[in-house]
Design a protein around this ligand. Structure first.
Ligand code: GLY
Length: 351
């Protein structure tokens, strides 16, 4: 079943409309939030008729709670609340809530329906769309999960008005990635956008465009056998930087790591595939201006390389990179020498 993506300015009304359209009525409805979205976002669904008798399940906020224990807590709350196969779980939150909630729904009684209402930019343009669900396990991000499509994703960009600047930038890095995968005019528009003083009307249109890019790629390759690997642009180096920051107890937001990873991987693209230098320079300048530097030294390079080797997207001891020959010209499963990867780290540090 294809997920319906609804661009909304009244999430409560549109949620009711989606529930009305479902083939069979739901016997019970549950709303999953974290402590932050329960307080800030749940009140915006107060008018929903579908949620009038819904049961709330609230979990701890942040990635630290994306665990097996939290998943078990959600399963238990569903069971204790009398959920059946004909129940619905509405996941209201950022990527942690939609990933974990989606996995809880995918597995409870072998699968119940769920609807995502993403509340952060990162979850709107990435996590909530595309059917990936899961939890962190054994120290690894998203190690256990399932592909499972939500019934619908309701994207109400009004939630972004209360999102802090750092989380806005974090989500924007994924939008920049989609623009790089797409075409020159989308890329240029993304570099022109004033992230310091966002025009929310313009951002809404850009979010829709960004989701359309992701949907197109996922529709062609839902289970990441080929083309979906394009969405890993910036992520192989980015995950390594994110892991290093976490290991050193100075965690960074995912999108910041992706933005720095994009600098590394566009450098590799220029060096190995002839990605144009001026586009590398302009993209790098934009990222440096809005995301600042990532502090690391030569002594971290081996560790970063090891993290890249262990990225779960790799097999057989080689690093598979998604690179670009130009904007929109994606090359999958690229391999480059270790020395070149170290040069890319130099480039990221040098600024
Ligand atoms: N976040 C990358 C993907 O959904 O494939």
């Amino acid at each position: 079943m294809k997920t319906e993506v609804i661009f909304s300015s009244r999430a409560a009304r549109d949620l009711d409309a989606v529930v009305e359209r479902c083939d069979r009525p739901f016997d019970k409805v549950f709303v999953l939030t974290d402590e932050t979205t329960r307080r800030l976002c749940r009140p915006l669904l107060e008018d929903s008729a579908a949620l009038r008798t819904a049961a709330d399940i609230t979990i701890g906020a942040t990635d630290a709670h994306k665990t097996l224990q939290t998943l078990a807590d959600v399963w238990k709350a569903l069971g204790d609340g009398g959920a059946s196969r004909r129940s619905l779980l509405v996941c209201l939150g950022g990527g942690m809530v939609t990933d974990l909630g989606g996995f809880a729904a995918a597995t409870f009684k072998r699968g119940i329906a769920f609807i995502n209402i993403p509340t952060t930019l990162l979850s709107m343009v990435d996590a909530a769309v595309g059917g990936k669900t899961g939890i962190n396990f054994n120290g690894l991000k998203n190690e256990v999960g399932a592909f499972c499509d939500s019934r619908a994703v309701i994207v109400d960009t009004d939630f972004l008005r209360t999102l802090d600047a750092a989380n806005l930038r974090s989500g924007y890095a994924e939008m920049l990635k989609h623009a790089l995968l797409s075409d020159e005019s989308m890329w240029a528009a993304h570099l022109r956008f004033d992230l310091s003083q966002p025009d929310y009307g313009c951002l809404r249109d850009m979010v829709a465009q960004s989701i359309a890019v992701k949907e197109r790629i996922v529709a062609a390759d839902p289970h990441e056998q080929g083309l979906r690997k394009a969405l890993n642009l910036g992520h192989t180096a980015g995950h390594a930087l994110e892991s290093l920051a976490l290991a050193e107890d100075r965690p960074v937001l995912h999108g910041y790591a992706v933005a720095w990873g994009l600098i590394c991987e566009l450098y590799l693209s220029a060096a190995s595939l002839g990605f144009p230098e001026d586009r590398l320079r302009q993209t790098t300048a934009f990222i440096r201006e809005h995301y600042g530097p990532f502090a690391f030294e030569c002594r971290h390079y081996e560790q970063l390389y090891t993290y890249m080797l262990h990225d779960k997207k790799n097999a057989g001891g080689v690093i598979n990179l998604t690179l670009l020959a130009d904007i929109g010209e994606v090359r999958l499963d690229c391999h480059v020498k270790k020395e070149l990867i170290f040069e890319a780290f130099d480039f990221l540090r040098e600024g």
